[in-house]
Design a protein around this ligand. Structure first.
Ligand code: ADP
Ligand code: MG
Length: 217
């Protein structure tokens, strides 16, 4: 479903060149849950951003459901992100001025894919029923990340991308949040690629790959 071939990315800053990705290959099947590990600075976020179409690649190809992401314009990548991908970050990134309920529905409304029954199921499965009228600042970190995961999955994306989603959570909360994410991913049948530092959390997914010296192994 996701196919990454010979992906390269070099950052050029003030006379310095950093070849972060040197020919990355990665495949994720529909419904497959993959952990991406690697040292700090190894390029995990860079790879995730490229797959999400947040940045342009230097070389190589990314295909999602057979369609090339790398051939798309900026606008095309934005549309793909809106319609086919779910994104979750370490910092939750909820919209402070919107209630939990409106945060949850934000992405799916923008994408024109709001589904009331699925929204209700997400609320139920994520244990958010009593929190719907609160605002993000009135939630714990774990609660905020549950909302962010629900928001990302509300569009029923093809692929859920998460960059250290439990990095700001204590161990027990991280376990709970990831268990919910795994269940919801199984429910939707989407692919799941999660960056994590934790070997323990990585072991709860189907497969683990590591980014080292610009390559995925
Ligand atoms: P990780 O997520 O594995 O910690 P990153 O993908 O964030 O790694 O970064 C990989 C390398 O690329 C690091 O050396 C980082 O400093 C560099 N880097 C990341 N983003 C940029 C950028 N926008 N401009 C220049 N260098 C960057
Ligand atoms: Mg990172």
């Amino acid at each position: 479903m996701l196919s990454v071939r010979n992906l390269t990315k070099t950052y050029r800053t003030a006379g310095e060149e950093i070849a972060v990705l040197r020919g990355v290959n990665l495949d994720i099947a529909r419904g497959e849950r993959v952990a991406l590990t690697g040292e700090s600075g190894s390029g995990k976020s860079t790879l995730l951003h490229l797959i999400a179409g947040l940045d342009a690649v230097d070389g190589g190809e990314i295909r999602l459901n057979g369609a090339s992401v790398t051939d798309l314009s900026d606008a095309g990548r934005a549309a793909l992100r809106r319609d086919r991908l779910g994104l979750v970050f370490q910092q939750f990134n909820l919209i402070p001025s919107l209630s939990v309920d409106d945060n949850l529905a934000f992405q799916s409304r923008i994408a024109g894919r709001h589904d009331a029954a699925w929204h209700a199921e997400l609320v139920e499965r994520l244990g958010l029923a009593k929190l719907l009228r609160r605002y993000p600042e009135q939630l714990s970190g774990g609660q905020q990340q549950r909302v962010a995961i629900g928001r990302a999955l509300a569009t029923k994306p093809l692929l859920l991308l998460a960059d250290e989603p439990t990095g700001n959570l204590d161990e027990a909360t991280a376990d709970d949040v990831l268990a919910l994410a795994r269940d919801l991913v199984a429910r939707t049948g989407c692919g799941f690629l999660m960056v994590t530092h934790s070997a323990r959390l990585a072991a709860t997914l189907d497969r683990r790959v590591t980014l080292h010296a610009g390559l995925v192994t």
